[in-house]
Design a protein around this ligand. Sequence first.
Ligand code: ZN
Length: 422
Amino acid sequence: MKRNILFIVIDCLRQDILEKNIDNLPNFKRLRDKSLVFANAFATCSTTTPSFASILTGQYSMNHGVRTHHGHRINPESKTLQEVLSENGYNTYAEVTGPLYVNVGINKGFKRYTHRSRVDTIFTKKGQEIINAIGRLDNLSFFFLHLWTLHIPRWILKKYNNQEFGDSPYERALKSLDDKLGEVLDAAAKEDIIILTADHGEGFRIHEGFMNVNKIKFGSDFERKILLLKSKLITLRGRILHKLGFRQTRRIIGHGYHVFDKLIHVPLYMHIPGMNPKEINVLCSHVDIMPTILDLLKIQERCNFDGKSLLGAVAGKEIHDAVYCEAVGCGFAKNVLVGVRTKKYKYCCQLNNDYEKLYDLDADPQEETNIAQKYPELAKQLKNKMLELSRERADDFSKGEKISVKEEKAIKKQLEALGYFD
Ligand SMILES: [Zn+2]
């Protein structure tokens, strides 16, 4: 069953907030209503670049090698989804933004990989071009679309910038994005496979900076410059606060700093024409997406997956007893937080010190009460499971290709311009 595939990844889209608001998001809802909905899907990492690498390789970070936004590029031995699809007759296109620079190798295997400026969002002229391109896709095409308007500074249409559409800029930005998602879905053909997920979740506040995008009509160069300036000013404000010591702010807003569910629980919709829509509660991970797509297309490929096909889970049979997750910060973090999530528990620790947390997610869904000291045996058991899944070794931090010092400098500059910090 070879068909065109439209794969949408929405940066920072929280599963719980999407579910809470789903009745007011008609376009997310219409995709949800015709999809396999995996309600217990988790990102492998709460930072963008390694998370994308897991989505596109079916591997955890230490295997594909991308541990953060820099340092290592994808392991040459890790085959990407787009490489396998190319070998099987697909034209592969990616439209990405944010920190997904070519230096880290996310582009490996794409016939065309466009990294657009953060202001060339789906709301602009560039966005319209992307929607038009989706409408013109030839057989066979794989179109990978990364949307960034929920990311700080969040983009809100003026008509949705009031309390009726949510208390926070985040919820209003989600409502704004729903309109554009509708146009993307309308552009896709009826027989296309459509997959939607997020790279990670998000922490947010009611009072935070955002972009009011009511005036964008034509996407002129002048408008573009103004938008870029405004976006940079909002980012600069965050950087100054950070330098002044308001680091706590960064811990409330954003992602990358932990493996709490709000940061790793992601939506995962798979619209597969011919398959009945269904909500599936099995525990699953981003590493399962690539095996599922290959299974669906009946492509036999020897890949060293950490994930499994979800088609075997459609009937509700569990395929994992636990999934691995990690947090590496958004910039140049030193201490990696590694963890494991089962249906009932979350365990995480740092391997170079005594930081250790265990949460009972049934009794404590907000992950506020650490029970690691109360149940040391359980903590040990879950730690062993985490080590088994991750194959974590101090001397084998990454199997990726080391990025050169010169390229590292360039990445650091780009990341700083986006507002990432040490
Ligand atoms: Zn991201």
